[in-house]
Design a protein. Structure first.
Length: 455
């Protein structure tokens, strides 16, 4: 059998595909046709493309009893104009013969109906076990977002005691957590009916035993939200999550932030885990200056005068690297450029526009403190840090030197320049994600990683 070769997509085509959501469109079309397996795939795909909204919601809201699933799912379905599917509605809407089927088959049948196909769906409280989740996946019920609401047993028991229901609408309220301000509605609220305390505790214990399996089944589309906070806050977190779109495209990541914010360290961590290429602009410039080329000689003249290389030379170096096959197929993490508005605009005009931009936020005092712990090996050119990346041996440690640009007075000047350009840089990238870099490197990496595949 001939070796499979991954097709290379030129950078300018990738930029077009990202701008118009082509990769997401193709992935969704292929997923839909393979899941539903229609007799006439072409007509089916045409009907999918003709839907008024292509990105219809497919959401699951899960959690223990009394955590607030129904209220969140009801509000979501109303705001997104999606079909709200509950265990109770499955029994009410389907025929007597259908109700005898396993719950997974009933869900599959319901979600294939025209209203769910056209408007999308919010599925509440199903699946309840990992086995149900896997069965639904095999049947083609694959959500784009799964929310698990969590709260302690004490909070859940308190909510169960104070549950109130509107007999006309079925809406759920609570004496403490969600009170109805409308006096007419408040007067007709009734105490919520439910299982006995023994049955409730058994349901709660069952969920606690299954939640790990549910998390693993949906780990790539999952958000766990603490429900022990004001309902409005819970709902806003859920809404923000379900409005994200998961990306499958090749990552072109830009890390911005002041010196000392950890851009190089986070780029290395991302590169190691996801096999993307770490593009440190300062290192590329130094390598280009030393390679003996005409471009390198031009760059070296600026370095000899202790001046930064101009943007047009930097972009030529970046173009030479980012156009290579490895960079186009594996993706990259760029840091160290751009430093100002002009550089950002020039990068946006090139064929190598980033599709994920993160800004690592850190105060000047912490930046200066961190940079004071940096040192460089004059033999290898590698940079080390006393805390995050110590020298590998005492021999290397003894020969480390502080670079001129890492001295306190130089760092202070650089920080002042950086702050003058921050707002302008962020204006070029309105979707930039702000990351609090004043925490341990692992926590910063987790924050980056959580936003890596979504917008």
């Amino acid at each position: 059998m001939e070796k499979m070769v991954k097709p290379l997509i030129p950078p300018h085509m990738s930029v077009y595909a990202d701008k118009h959501g082509v990769f997401h469109l193709l992935q969704s079309l292929v997923s839909s046709v393979l899941t539903d397996q229609p007799d006439d795939p072409v007509s089916y795909l045409i009907s999918v493309l003709q839907r008024s909204s292509f990105n219809i919601p497919r959401i699951m809201v899960l959690g223990p009893p009394a955590v607030g699933k129904h209220t969140v799912a009801s509000k979501l379905s109303a705001e997104l104009r999606a079909v709200h599917v509950t265990p109770e509605s499955l029994l009410k809407d389907q025929s007597e013969l259908s109700t005898q089927l396993p719950v997974e088959q009933r869900v599959h049948q319901r979600l294939r109906e025209v209203d769910c196909f056209n408007r999308g769906w919010v599925l509440e409280g199903i699946p309840q076990t990992r086995l149900q989740a896997l069965t639904l996946q095999q049947a083609g019920v694959v959500p784009d977002h799964v929310v698990i609401l969590e709260a302690s047993d004490d909070v859940l028991l308190e909510r169960r005691e104070g549950k109130l229901v509107d007999p006309l609408t079925g809406d759920v309220y609570h004496q403490t957590f969600i009170w109805q301000a409308n006096d007419i509605i408040a007067q007709r609220l009734e105490k919520g009916r439910g299982p006995s305390e023994t049955q409730y505790l058994a349901e709660l214990q069952r969920f606690r035993g299954e939640v790990t399996g549910l998390r693993s089944a949906y780990q790539h589309v999952l958000k766990i939200i603490n429900s022990d906070q004001p309902h409005a806050d819970v709902y806003q977190q859920v809404l923000a999550f379900v409005r994200t779109r998961h990306r499958s495209r090749t990552p072109r990541i830009l890390l911005l932030g002041p010196p000392g914010s950890g851009k190089s360290h986070q780029a290395r961590l991302l590169s190691e885990k996801y096999k993307m290429l770490d593009v440190c602009c300062d290192q590329l410039i130094s390598s280009a200056a030393a390679d003996g080329s005409s471009l390198g000689e031009k760059i070296q003249s600026y370095l000899d005068d202790e001046q930064p290389a101009p943007d047009d030379l930097v972009l030529q170096v970046l173009e030479r690297h980012l156009s290579q096959v490895d960079f186009s197929s594996r993706g990259w993490i760029l840091h160290g450029f751009p430093r100002d508005l002009q550089g950002a605009l020039r990068l946006q005009e090139s064929q190598h526009q980033p599709n994920r931009v993160f800004f690592l936020e850190l105060t000047d005092d912490v930046c200066v403190e961190r940079i004071s712990l940096r040192a460089t090996d004059p033999v290898s050119g590698e940079r080390f840090h006393a805390v995050t990346r110590p020298a590998l041996s005492s021999e290397i440690q003894n020969r480390l030197e502080t670079r001129p640009e890492d001295r306190t007075h130089t760092v202070t000047h650089t920080l002042n320049q950086c702050r003058t350009h921050t707002a302008a840089l962020q204006s070029v990238y309105p979707d930039v994600v702000l990351i609090d870099a004043d925490q341990d490197p692992h926590s910063v990496f987790e924050a980056l990683e959580s936003r890596l595949n979504s917008v």
